[in-house]
Ligand binder design. Sequence first.
Ligand SMILES: *[C@@H]1O[C@H](CO)[C@@H](O)[C@H](O)[C@H]1NC(C)=O
Ligand SMILES: *[C@@H]1O[C@H](CO)[C@@H](O)[C@H](O)[C@H]1NC(C)=O
Ligand SMILES: *[C@@H]1O[C@H](CO)[C@@H](O)[C@H](O)[C@H]1NC(C)=O
Length: 528
Amino acid sequence: MVSEKWALAVLLLQLCCTGCGYCGKVLVWPCDMSHWLNVKTILEELTERGHEVTVLTPPYTNLIDYKKSSPLNFEVFHLPYDKESAENLNNKFLDLIFNVLPNLTPWQSAIKLKDYFAEITESLKIMCESVVYNQTLMKKLQESNYNVMIIEPVIPCGELVAELLAVPFVLTLRDSIGGMREKHCGKLPAPSSYVPVHMVGLTDRMTFMERVKNTMLSVFFDFWIQDYDTDIWDQFYSEALGRPTTLCETLGRAEIWLIRTYWDFEFPRPYLPNFEFVGGLHCKAAKTLPKKIEEFVQNSDGIVVFSLGTMIQNLTEEKANLIASALAQIPQKVLWRYKGKKPATLGANTQLYDWIPQNDLLGHPKTKAFLTHGGINGIYEAIYHGVPMVGIPMFGDQHDNIIHMKAKGVAVELNMNTMTSADLLSALRTVINDPSYKENAMKLSRIHHDQPVKPLDRAVFWIEFVMRHKGAKHLRPTAHNLTWFQYHSLDVIGFLLACAATAVFLVTKCFLFFCRKLDKTGNKKKRE
Ligand SMILES: *[C@@H]1O[C@H](CO)[C@@H](O)[C@H](O)[C@H]1NC(C)=O
Ligand SMILES: *[C@@H]1O[C@H](CO)[C@@H](O)[C@H](O)[C@H]1NC(C)=O
Ligand SMILES: *[C@@H]1O[C@H](CO)[C@@H](O)[C@H](O)[C@H]1NC(C)=O
């Protein structure tokens, strides 16, 4: 009897502990919106394995639903500004994207964006101050003894908190503007001859003129984009840490960079051992659809799934009508995630929804195409299920994502500001009726599924690795310790050139010396 109880206890103990050989404490600096949906997948997997996860979040959030019960803990910090100013900033961004930027020249819009970022930098700095200069909060975090921090570096500050708490950290991101954070702070090599600068619409196959453009943009990003707000952050980080440092240097201390892409999506390029490409980690097999949607889907000649993502809830009436009238002309049925006013031109084949089970719809055998803004989460769901796409990118990495899909023959790209109803109709017909799009999508899907270890497991493995070993310093390239001229071997080249110049100089001198001597002896002989 007693031994049975013991056996049970041992069994229970084993059950509790097999999930996790080493249970640790994880602190998270998240980014809201679709980024959060991606990171949440990792965090839920970590809690399932027995780790304790705490998310540091501001009080005003969109998708970070800290009020709902969840296996995650939330540490909501106090902010000195109200919800209204937080929302204003968000609305201003949407207004900029939709109403201001489309009417400007590229140069004017670059300046407008710069002004906008300068404005939000001030608010973001206040947010950072409310964390790192709140001693009660920092003391509480310090006492919690976290083993690792997971940081989404879209908004600075997470890495500063990690440095102040002396906790090793892992970054998780799709990319940064122009890929510059990875290149400069992470030391990821990016030869401009075949690695296109992110977000400028180039692929890895560039003509001579495109390589000129890529090289010039690379230099432009190196110098111009670097300093529109980094000065402010560099100073702030130096003050907070009490030693001269920069945002980039602090980011560069990351143990592992988890990048939200994989070789099904990326153009092959050099990478480093502390970069792990875990694109599609949130993807899952499709579940059965809600009954109403399933009925709609079943009574159709195939369906088109349409969503513009979590940021864009409504469009101008004109745009919505333009889109709806194109959708009305295809024989397939359309499920459109849309919260705005019902467009007058909406066809009988199109149904509007506040929310759609996007992954389950993309995994449905009747699905013919995905009409998308090109967010990386949606793109990966389409890759996972092998669905061709029509992309209408709007901002951030979306344009770049669609360029990748276009280059792989899986997508057609449209421009939201200039497209006509006929353009949209023709793009949809192309990806639905031209079989090469479906074939290429299936090829990417097979590549995606054929990996030795699934992306979510790899992401979790490296986070647990950092916890077990208190870092991953053995993967860190010494490039971080070199100055820029050492990195490019300019000092060595200079030295070798100097050597060569000296040698040439000496040889010439000797040559001239002997020539003259020969000359003299020759002259002597002649005189004799
Ligand atoms: C500092 O943080 C604590 C704990 O999170 C909070 O109660 C307090 O209001 C914060 N103080 C300020 C000035 O924001
Ligand atoms: C979306 O709708 C809100 C009101 O519901 C409106 O204020 C806003 O201008 C609309 N956005 C666009 C892009 O039309
Ligand atoms: C690089 O610099 C860091 C800190 O500045 C130091 O801890 C580390 O030992 C250095 N690594 C090498 C290989 O010199």
